[in-house]
Design a protein around this ligand. Sequence first.
Ligand code: TRP
Length: 348
Amino acid sequence: MSDAVQTQSTPNAAFTPRVFSGIQPSGNLHLGNYLGALKRFADAQEQGIESIYCMVDLHAITVWQDPADLARATRELCAGFIAAGVDPEKSILFNQSQVPEHTQMAWIFNCVARMGWMQRMTQFKDKAGKNAQNASLGLFAYPALMAADILVYHATHVPVGEDQKQHLELTRDIATKFNHDYGVDFFPITEPVIEGAATRVMSFRDGTKKMSKSDPSDMSRINLTDDADAIAKKIRKAKTDPDPLPDSLEGLQDRPEAMNLVNIYAALADLTPEQVIAEHAGQQFGTFKPSLADLAVAKLSPISTEMSRLMQDQGEIDRILGRGAERAREIATPILQKTYDIVGMIRS
Ligand code: TRP
């Protein structure tokens, strides 16, 4: 798999390989989150590398969140991880706010990162929009908290989407400057593990835009809570072009909507896009879409059923998050303490 963690290519020979990733609990988990993150994480579990997955509730409140919705979205995200196959015994699953070491480390990094670095962050500019003066200070500082999420575990590999590349470069800059300023070799230089095109799921209305929970059209995405009828209907109505499927991937170059459906088929069936094309070459969408719908229903229905089952037992979800937080703290606490020692903070 292209996602495989290449332990030999890391410049961090002194650090045990460790994976960290975070997802914002902002509601409406969709097919893009499943194929781009949750399923990838579940598949990577078989590599046997210690993996830490965090529901970043502190990142979520950098823009306004209704408290009840935030709590619900956090539990739903946890249910989504488990339903997708991430085992909370093998991996560490928790919500960020239960491990205070993240924010403690973030403060140190606020004092390492430079204003100029932060001002270059394109996600802040996009999210703050024209009214940047009215954005929260947290939204501006967000990438320093993200660096803390990663480095408080000495994580060496971070699987993320393309849009997080710049934040990971900042994480590397922060680690490098800290190590340099304090004359230590303490933080690893984290490797981004960027998702491949085949797991980047695009909107059903516009094949050039990412599938997104904030698209006003519900027809643009498959939600992980959609039932079989909704899934089939959305695939049937997905935008396509009038041509049949080509017999090679090159034939999909300028057909983003067709490419998207082929990629989704491949990711759901654990095939390569080449294999899907080989199997379905020459088919019209009137034939291909029903096959894709059957496949999607077969793969996604058990997940949505399992999510709703888990969501009925809030106590169990909270217990899993609490246990995950405990295990996370066992790793984070000594790293934070060592950081404080390096910086010159007295611990009595
Ligand atoms: N910023 C990430 C996103 O919006 C979420 C995130 C927060 C994250 N902390 C992280 C991802 C640490 C990877 C590692 O997608």
